[in-house]
Design a protein around this ligand. Structure first.
Ligand code: PBG
Length: 289
């Protein structure tokens, strides 16, 4: 179950394009985690909604000890040691450019991004995260992060990499939730071309070799063939992210009385599982459970 986190107390902010999903402050997120765990959902993927004044070119707030996201990880693990927490590693929630990588002269600079991602990952590992989730799509980040973690002794911290992440219009509601849309350009120089199937195997092979513990395909339902392909070719768990736009479509149609939300959600998640996903991330996880 994804959780959007905000700084402060007693906050539960609605997200216009994501019905029934909220930005939660730590206190309310703890209640949500408990509610999810009561129905059997015990893994959470965490995203920070950061105030604009804290964003800058190099995303320094991401690894600052003041970052409420790191405090949230500590508090969640303290209260619910048995829950599984997955982080997000990418610059966009913290970047004044709204990009996942470091921007220079209008370009994303892959290799200047890697040390920033490593600092972010280490800060999350120190806070107690179980699984690091690099969603940035820079080349070489899995190996770079793995080495940075191992050197500091975090050999037990896993990596679930967003391996095959397409440049998709289905991420729209997520960017509303975090106010993280790119300030200029798009993400097509680092996220994949939706028409390209064979590159998925290249990305997967590289990240498998670099030490990824899970390979993720994202979005899920319009890329079921890719999930199947990875499942056939790689001997580690395959994760699929049923993303914000995919969830919002179900909610919107159901709101109009055009489809039955529960039945369509059931069928949707079943198709992702049938295609080969071992792990499914969905905004509908709690509803489904
Ligand atoms: C960005 C990130 C995105 C999502 C997860 N991490 C959006 C993007 O790449 O612009 C999307 C998830 C969703 O749509 O639910 N690092």
């Amino acid at each position: 179950q994804p959780l959007f986190l905000v700084d402060g107390k007693n906050k539960k902010n609605a997200i216009k394009s994501l019905p029934n999903i909220f930005q939660l402050s730590i206190d309310n997120a703890l209640k949500e985690i408990e509610a999810c765990m009561n129905v059997g959902v015990n893994s959470f993927i965490l995203f920070p909604a950061v105030e604009n004044v804290l964003k800058n070119k190099t995303a320094t707030y991401s690894y600052s000890q003041k970052n409420f996201y790191l405090k949230a990880i500590k508090e969640f693990k303290k209260k619910f040691p048995e829950c599984c927490l997955i982080s997000d590693v990418a610059m966009d929630p913290y970047s004044s450019d709204g990009h996942d990588g470091f921007v220079e002269n209008g370009k994303i600079i892959n290799d200047k991004t890697l040390p920033i991602l490593a600092k972010m990952s280490l800060a999350q590992a120190e806070a107690g995260i179980d699984i690091i989730g690099p969603s940035d799509m820079m080349d070489g980040r899995v190996g770079y992060i793995r080495e940075a973690l191992d050197i500091k002794g975090f050999t037990e911290t896993s990596i679930m990499s967003y391996t095959v992440k397409y440049a998709s219009a289905f991420y729209g509601p997520f960017r509303d939730a975090l106010d993280s849309a790119p300030k200029s350009g798009d993400k097509k120089t680092y996220q994949m071309n939706p028409a390209n199937k064979r590159e998925a195997l290249v990305e997967a092979e590289l990240e498998y070799a670099e030490g990824a513990d899970f390979l993720m395909v994202k979005p899920a339902t319009v890329y079921l063939d890719i999930i199947h392909e990875l499942k056939q070719n790689f001997p580690i768990p395959i994760a699929a992210y049923h993303v914000s736009g995919e969830y919002a479509m179900l909610q919107a149609a159901a709101k109009n009385g055009w489809i039955d939300y529960n039945k369509c959600l059931d069928e949707t998640l079943l198709s992702i599982h049938r295609a080969g996903a071992d792990v499914i991330i969905s905004y509908g996880s709690k509803d489904y459970a």
